[in-house]
Write a protein that binds this ligand. Structure first.
Ligand SMILES: Cc1ncc(COP(=O)(O)O)c(C=O)c1O
Length: 410
């Protein structure tokens, strides 16, 4: 047992199932443990470090901002928050941005937006999807379409129903007089990399328009470049635009920042939707903190400057193609969109003590490759957007060797 694992066991609330790895530092696509052993990190902190670890320009932007102002609360204005809001509006469309500290908080804000919007017509019900993941606050676990996150935490906020993903008929049938919004991940991440179909997103938009409901996209995992577009939903198809969007993860390369955008559309006499949450209605002390906003501005600048949207799309295709070319009988399916690549293992995966996903991820870690499990049988490859083709080759080779090792051991 390492010193760190003893300290965690004694002093850290054991909410996380952690891997047996103590990380000392990271640079680019690699992290190191305390013995100096290197790991190729194809998880990027669960789709967070879009520019890799300790990106020097992000570090410099943070140091510069921290040397001038770290925090002043939302009682006052700061330049990084204003600039970042402007950038997010440019990326997304006419509207306004709110800042918080995590993905769950960003979704919580969208849920509050929907509730306030619905208060005028006594509607509060929000439709979400089976296998979705929206975060760990009470409202977000109520919104999440997975029973395991809700267990023992009831009573939960009511008014959420989970429908089968990509099943428009089921959604149409579920809308009732109390329904006010649909919250959907355009690409389900924790659920195992499942993209929505273009027809599904289009159908949801039409349904929301017909019934005066809000269409809300949770882009916490798939947003801001990972799919090869700033907006994950636009990688799926053009022509569908949401009324609200949540982000976190890749927004600031590891600095804790979440955000939601709200459209300036006018639905009723209360005015633009983006002004519905007025003074005193919502907030958080650290939200839009100047250091995190400075980090985010630098991240978005570098993604644009270095053409990383196009690159992540190209390299994602190359990664998925290389994984498909392994033609391993242990792989059932590979689903990919940009640098969100999910490998679903076969139901005939040899019996092991751990789930198939955990077996493979642990073996990959032992071989110097970090990957992210998703449920029992899916493994996610979520490298930084500035990964290069040699790193992709190296990861695929290591992964192939791991699968071979499993077949040989069986
Ligand atoms: C789609 C999605 N929404 C929300 C969240 C919650 O984000 P956070 O962990 O920052 O609260 C996650 C985290 O994995 C996510 O993938």
């Amino acid at each position: 047992m390492s010193e760190l694992s003893e300290a965690y066991a004694s002093h850290v609330v054991p909410t996380y199932g952690r891997f047996d790895l103590d990380i000392e530092s990271g640079a680019g696509c690699r992290v190191r443990d305390f013995e100096g052993r290197e790991y190729l990190d194809f998880g990027a902190g669960i789709a967070v470090c879009s520019l890799g670890h300790s990106h020097p320009e992000v570090t410099a932007a943070v140091a510069d901002q921290a040397s001038r102002l770290v925090h002043c609360s939302n009682l006052y204005r700061t330049a990084p928050q204003a600039q970042l809001a402007q950038r997010l509006v440019e990326i997304t469309g006419p509207g306004k941005a709110f800042f918080c500290n995590s993905g769950a908080e960003a979704n919580e804000g969208l849920i509050k937006l929907a509730r306030r919007f619905g208060s005028a017509t006594s509607r509060h019900r929000i439709l979400t999807f089976t296998n979705s993941f929206h975060g760990r606050t009470l409202a977000c676990i109520a919104a999440t379409g997975q029973e395991k996150v809700k267990k023992d935490f009831g009573p939960l906020p009511e008014g959420f129903a989970h429908l089968p993903f990509n099943d428009l008929e089921a959604v149409r049938a579920a809308v009732d007089e109390k329904t006010i919004a649909i919250l959907v991940e355009p690409i389900q991440g924790e659920g195992g990399i499942h993209p929505a179909t273009p027809e599904f997103l289009r159908g949801l938009r039409e349904l929301c328009d017909d019934r005066g409901m809000l269409l809300l996209f949770d882009e916490v995992q798939c947003g801001l470049g990972r799919t090869g577009d700033w907006c994950g939903w636009r990688s799926i198809g053009e022509g569908v635009e949401p009324d609200g969007v949540s982000w976190a993860k890749g927004i600031a390369n590891g600095f804790p920042l979440g955000s939601f955008w709200v459209s300036s559309k006018k639905f009723d006499e209360r005015g633009p939707l983006c002004d519905l949450l007025g003074p005193g209605s919502h907030g958080t002390t650290y939200g839009g903190n100047p250091v995190c906003c400075a980090a985010s501005l630098k991240v978005l600048e570098i993604i644009e400057r270095d053409g990383l949207l196009a690159k992540s799309s190209e390299l994602g295709n190359a990664l998925a193609a290389a994984l498909k070319s392994l033609e391993s009988p242990l792989i059932q399916e590979i689903r990919d969109i940009g640098l969100m690549v999910g490998v679903e293992l076969s139901p005939d995966f040899p019996k092991t003590k751990r789930t198939p996903a955990l077996e493979v991820v642990n073996r990959a870690m032992a071989a110097g490759l970090l990957l992210i499990p998703s449920g029992e049988r899916v493994i996610r490859f979520l490298p930084p957007l500035n990964v290069d083709s040699r790193e992709i080759d190296e990861a695929v080779q290591k992964f192939a060797a791991v699968l071979k090792g499993v077949s040989t051991a069986a």
